[in-house]
Design a protein around this ligand. Structure first.
Ligand code: AKG
Ligand code: FE2
Length: 322
């Protein structure tokens, strides 16, 4: 029966050899969560819990610095996404600020002096989240009926476009300031989020906002547009948002398992020609979509309905009939 809370799935069977039945059961739970919600949480995921807690604490210490101090690690222009500090309140209604890093091996990251361990903690957690992405790519591929290494090979095992953000959501001071991050769908492949105890992340299902409750040590996983398009809507990239809370700062660490911009994205034959279904999207170059999304964010259209999202590439039923 369909439920109204997102499931939590134990990945412990995947961290050891054997127990194929337990692996199958967890894979089936993930398949259901991906088609019903596009969102779920995982526990026993292999990312050290003390490192997760340290990354959150040090992020909050960084965000508690005076603004002049934070702005010393301003973003490096010309890179997309730009690493470093950004305060969205400077140019949008979003009530958050973030610090972004690219892959530590890029050599492009800049770190603030205070607190000195902040950069180390982010660099240390990054490869742990890459490791979890590999595992989830494998499970998601299997649950779509694809070869286990399908998603990893689809991106030529290229991890150079992954990135990570530490995000601080300011507490609400006036009643109308609830917007932390407005409703959106992630463009990438898979997103991983862990959060402090404050809450505010919500996912849309059947026109209802469902809270993703913070659970100690759990990591939220959500499906992005790339998987929705490849699977021709079999798996869902769900709309989600963050609501700010009264008197409490929310902190999250968000890791984006991302594709190379030169990747061509279109529904796979397995979900179209091979089963006699029409593709729901036309193919596109991933970087073209990302550029449209960035433009959208920095220079929002006057009418919200002109906001660019994945439906930009939808093939309507009418087109399919022609
Ligand atoms: O901070 C969060 O929990 C989620 C942020 C988010 O959805 C995003 O950055 O795409
Ligand atoms: Fe998101």
């Amino acid at each position: 029966m369909a439920s109204s809370t997102t499931p939590t799935i134990d990945l412990e069977p995947f961290l050891r050899d054997g127990d194929e039945d337990a692996k199958k059961k967890a894979t089936e739970e993930i398949r259901q969560a991906c088609s019903e919600f596009g969102f779920f949480q995982v526990v026993n995921h292999g990312v050290p819990l003390d490192l997760m807690a340290r990354a959150i604490d040090l992020s909050m210490e960084f965000f508690n610095n005076p603004m002049e101090e934070k702005k010393k690690s301003l973003l490096k222009p010309g890179l997309s996404p730009p690493p470093g500090y950004v305060n969205f309140q400077d140019f949008s209604n979003d009530g958050n600020e973030h610090f972004l890093i690219l892959s530590p091996s890029s050599g492009l990251n800049i770190y603030p002096e205070n607190p000195p361990e902040f950069g180390n903690a982010l660099e240390e957690i990054f490869p742990n989240l890459v490791e979890l992405s590999w595992l989830m790519e494998r499970i998601v591929s299997i649950s779509l009926g694809l070869a286990p290494n399908f998603l990893t090979e689809y991106n030529n095992d290229d991890r150079s476009c992954d990135f990570l953000k530490a995000v601080h959501y300011f507490p609400i001071e006036k009643a109308d300031q609830i917007n932390g991050t407005p409703a959106h769908k992630d463009a990438n492949c898979l997103t991983f989020i862990f959060q402090n105890e404050v809450g505010g992340l919500e996912v849309l299902k059947n026109e209802q906002w469902i809270p993703i409750l913070p659970a100690k040590g759990a990591i939220v996983v959500n499906i992005g547009d790339v998987i929705q398009v490849l699977s021709n809507d079999k798996f869902k990239s769900a709309s989600h948002r963050v609501i700010r809370q009264k008197g409490k700062s929310r902190c999250s660490i968000v890791f984006f398992d991302n594709l190379h911009g030169d990747k061509w994205i279109e529904p796979l034959p397995k979900f179209t020609t091979e089963i006699g279904e029409s593709p729901k999207y036309r193919g596109f170059m991933y970087k073209e979509y990302l550029q449209l999304r960035v433009k959208n964010k920095l220079d929002p259209p006057a009418r919200p309905e002109d906001d660019i999202n994945i439906t930009h590439y939808s093939i309507s039923t009418q087109d399919q009939g022609n």
